[in-house]
Design a protein around this ligand. Structure first.
Ligand code: ACO
Length: 223
């Protein structure tokens, strides 16, 4: 497996990978019924492309090449820069969205993030935000996600970040991030995320039970 920074010439193939894997498989997307396998989602694609433009994302590529001399994208980790005020602005913009399912997911994510000011808490001006971790179903269980997280941390270090953050939506991503030294900062049980009538807003399937915001601080001295 080769691990490479994702450059603009690969954006389209990365989006195609996400359509076939992350968009339908990620626990919140599944709960909201956001899209079918292989199907697109305009809002999520825009979110992914905006993140890719920060040039901090990595892909795992199968060394075996196809007839076009491309290796299959086995997995990706999409990371972006988070600055003070970004989440507030994103939540405000979300209100204009006409995609009710996308809105449900991101209201939870942004609302949860806004419960604490990580910039103040850790005294940082920018955060390395791990937004999307996705491995092709045919390549799962081989340690690719773990390696993507490990390499993302190297990119963060090399780019001078002092704090990494991730919103992990499922039990496996939570386990993977913890194995790489991330620590749970705050949690939201899906069963307790309800509307005014007491109904669960996102009926996430077991074994996933909670959203977890995790952080990892990088020591300045070891950079
Ligand atoms: N069942 C049991 N254990 C699992 C599973 C599973 N389905 N998936 C991962 N694990 C465990 C592995 O056993 C391994 O544990 P170990 O080190 O103790 O042996 C550990 O998690 C690491 O597994 P990897 O092989 O590195 O994970 P993989 O490459 O299979 O990718 C991922 C895991 C990214 C969660 C993949 O299943 C996927 O793409 N799922 C759909 C999208 C998704 O949910 N992404 C995460 C959302 S949160 C976010 O994006 C920030």
């Amino acid at each position: 497996m080769e691990y490479k920074l994702i450059t603009a010439d690969h954006f389209e193939r990365v989006i195609e990978h996400l359509r076939r894997n992350f968009f339908a498989d990620e626990p919140l997307n599944r709960a909201a019924g956001l899209c079918q396998h292989g199907g697109g989602n305009a809002e999520l694609e825009h979110h992914s492309l905006t993140t890719l433009q920060d040039q901090l994302s990595i892909m795992a590529v199968d060394g075996r090449k196809d007839s076009n001399n491309y290796g299959e994208i086995a997995g990706v980790i999409l990371n972006g820069v988070l600055r003070p005020g970004d989440t507030e602005q994103a939540l405000e913009k979300l209100q204009e969205s006409s995609d009710a399912n996308y809105k449900k997911i991101f209201e939870l994510l942004y609302g949860h993030s806004l419960q604490v000011d990580l910039f103040e808490r850790y005294n940082v001006e920018q955060i390395f935000d791990v937004r999307i971790l996705s491995v092709d179903a045919r390549y799962r269980g081989q340690g690719i996600a773990k390696e993507l997280v490990r390499r993302a941390e190297q990119v963060a270090r090399n780019s001078g970040f002092q704090l990494l953050k991730a919103d992990a939506t499922g039990i496996f991503s939570q386990k993977i991030l913890c194995s790489q030294g991330f620590q749970p900062f705050s949690e939201q049980l899906y069963a307790k995320y309800t509307n005014d009538a007491g109904e669960i807003i996102l009926p996430v399937e077991a074994p996933h039970i909670k959203l977890q915001l995790l952080t990892k601080q990088l020591n300045k001295d070891t950079q």
